[in-house]
Design a binder for this molecule. Structure first.
Ligand code: SF4
Ligand code: SF4
Length: 270
């Protein structure tokens, strides 16, 4: 069976916060149009044609997913494939109140859904209300505390500027191997437009034109000239790469144990 550990659909690229170290570079860039329900359906069909099973399917950003006005419909669209995945995961920065239709869809699917709610302590009352609503909906809930002392993961890392560093192949291999996307996640597969990348740096960098387009670094699920088997082979090829072109345009600090490279989360831009 061909399986993926996780796949993220980037359903929007806009946010109500402006975090300086946003790894998606949302505040610094103009958003793309939100993913429509038909677009999501097309990508989901292509994804589940290729992957017979996905452990965790994410509906996420590039931004704050709870701002997407069609999130309930997107959840329903994803749930058509619920026999082919274990968990549907949603992310939120816990600042956007749940709509009635979102509460209803969360109650409908309950424990099949896991919501990761980040709490930045910027709007404590709003965060408390969102967390309480999620609890009342009966979903699984994972809260990441990102304020004060003892922040989750010791805080955030800075992926740095997009310019090429000119690293040697040995240096690139080393940062790719040590990167938490490789070491821990075994691939943070993600797509906004059908092109599935190994990590957010690669996906976001190429869609923003900050990294040259490298078709060998992604699987285009919507490419009708390729067979399902060819797309599976491409996933395997990328997973066995020694590094990606994006690794030369990245600090390589994801997953670092060096606390000096960790920063307080969600510092807001003026
Ligand atoms: S909450 Fe902050 S880190 Fe998350 S998408 Fe919005 S701006 Fe980026
Ligand atoms: S580009 Fe950065 S985040 Fe992506 S695999 Fe390379 S080192 Fe890791």
């Amino acid at each position: 069976m061909f399986a993926l550990g996780k796949l993220s659909l980037i359903i929007l690229t806009r946010c109500d916060l402006k975090c300086r170290l946003c790894c998606e570079y949302v505040p610094q860039n103009k958003p793309f149009p939100d993913m429509t329900v038909p677009e999501a359906e097309r990508i989901l069909k292509a994804a589940f044609d290729v992957a017979e099973h996905i452990n965790t399917l994410h509906l996420t950003g590039g931004g704050e997913p709870f701002l997407h006005p069609k999130l309930p419909e997107l959840v329903h669209a994803a749930m058509r494939y619920q026999e082919q995945f274990d968990t549907l995961m949603l992310f939120t920065n816990s600042t956007v109140p749940l709509s009635d239709s979102l509460k209803e869809v969360l109650r409908t699917y309950g424990q099949k859904i896991l919501v990761q709610a980040s709490r930045y302590g910027l709007y404590p009352e709003r965060e408390e209300a969102v967390v309480n609503d999620l609890k009342a909906c009966g979903v699984r809930l994972k809260i990441e505390k990102y304020y004060g002392e003892d922040q989750s993961f010791g805080g955030w890392v800075d992926f740095g500027p997009w310019e090429a560093r000119g690293r040697t192949p040995e240096e690139l291999e080393s940062i790719f191997k040590e990167c938490s996307v490789t070491r821990v996640l075994k691939g943070n597969w993600r797509t906004r437009d059908g092109k599935v990348h190994w990590c957010s740096r690669s996906q976001r960098g190429m869609e923003l034109g900050l990294i040259p387009d490298m078709p060998e670094d992604y699987v285009d699920l919507l490419d009708e000239t390729q067979t399902v088997e060819e797309k599976r082979q491409k996933f395997l090829q990328i997973a066995s790469r020694r590094y990606l072109s994006a690794c030369d345009r990245c600090s390589g600090d994801a997953g670092t144990e060096n606390q000096e490279k960790r920063h307080p989360a969600a510092e807001q831009m003026s």
